[in-house]
Write a protein that binds this ligand. Structure first.
Ligand SMILES: Cc1cc2nc3c(=O)[nH]c(=O)nc-3n(C[C@H](O)[C@H](O)[C@H](O)COP(=O)(O)OP(=O)(O)OC[C@H]3O[C@@H](n4cnc5c(N)ncnc54)[C@H](O)[C@@H]3O)c2cc1C
Length: 223
């Protein structure tokens, strides 16, 4: 459930360029870009100016001519069912970009499940993947959204953890098992976690147990 987001920022009407259901229940919309942003930032979105706002990570590179959002349709949600029905030329209300889940240093680790991959798409498309490692978790192989981008940009520093299927290049099991056991988890690196609260809380606890200081764990929780 989303808390109403306080309306500190002005909403602007923007035109939808496209809406694609990339997998069942998962959509990518492209919007007219009216602001610059830093990879990892978010926007608040509404169908109508008086609606409660919902937050979305920007999922496109800084030099792209449009703003991309990757989202799940929550069947009984307020925003995502109507947002998934939008067509090119329709209007959505969007704030200026904001947020501090940005500027991940080289040698940092990116950790994501589900649509929590969105900010890392923006970072990878903005030339920020070099020297980073991405741990990407999903149940099924088709649910590693934008995996071709990460394979291309990160090579063998892109690790896909799949819990319900086996397949070429996939690691069977959960990200958490890797974090518990890997010699590569070093306290001095920074860890950027993005996804649902259960994943973020569990991974953060494991990293703390592995000796990573709290300040080296930066989280974006999709509540
Ligand atoms: C920083 C941040 C970034 C985010 N980025 C993304 C992103 O890139 N992609 C993405 O898909 N999502 C993202 N989210 C989540 C997103 O903001 C929305 O929460 C999500 O899309 C659901 O919105 P909705 O309006 O469709 O559902 P909501 O109306 O918020 O409902 C969600 C669930 O809560 C339940 N619910 C609603 N109201 C109540 C109530 N009063 N009591 C009990 N249950 C209730 C509903 O039944 C439903 O199951 C992000 C969240 C945050 C905080």
């Amino acid at each position: 459930m989303s808390e109403p987001v306080r309306r500190k920022k002005e909403l602007k009407p923007v035109r939808l360029i496209s809406n694609t259901e990339i997998k069942s229940g998962v959509f990518v919309i492209e919007l007219e870009k009216i602001h610059d942003f830093i990879p990892g930032q978010i926007v608040a979105v509404a169908m109508h100016p008086d609606d409660d706002l919902r937050l979305y990570s920007i999922a496109s590179g800084v030099d792209y001519p449009y703003l991309r959002i990757l989202f799940d349709r929550v069947p009984d949600g307020q925003l995502t069912p109507p947002m998934s029905e939008l067509r090119a030329g329709d209007t959505l209300y969007v704030t200026a970009p904001f947020g501090r889940f940005t500027k991940t240093p080289e040698n940092s680790w990116w950790i994501a499940t589900g649509t929590g991959i969105a900010p890392f798409i923006s970072m990878a498309e903005s030339g920020e993947a070099r020297g980073r490692t991405l741990l990407h978790g999903a149940r099924y192989s088709e649910r590693f959204y934008y995996q071709e981008l990460f394979k291309e940009k990160m090579g063998d520093r892109y690790l896909r953890f799949c819990t319900m299927e086996e397949g070429p290049g996939l690691i069977s099991g959960r990200i958490t098992t890797f974090i518990k056991e890997s010699d590569e988890i070093k306290p001095e690196n920074k860890y950027y976690l993005c996804g649902n609260a259960d994943m973020v809380v569990e991974v953060r606890q494991l990293l703390l147990t592995r000796g990573v200081p709290f300040d080296n764990i930066i989280a974006e929780i999709y509540f």
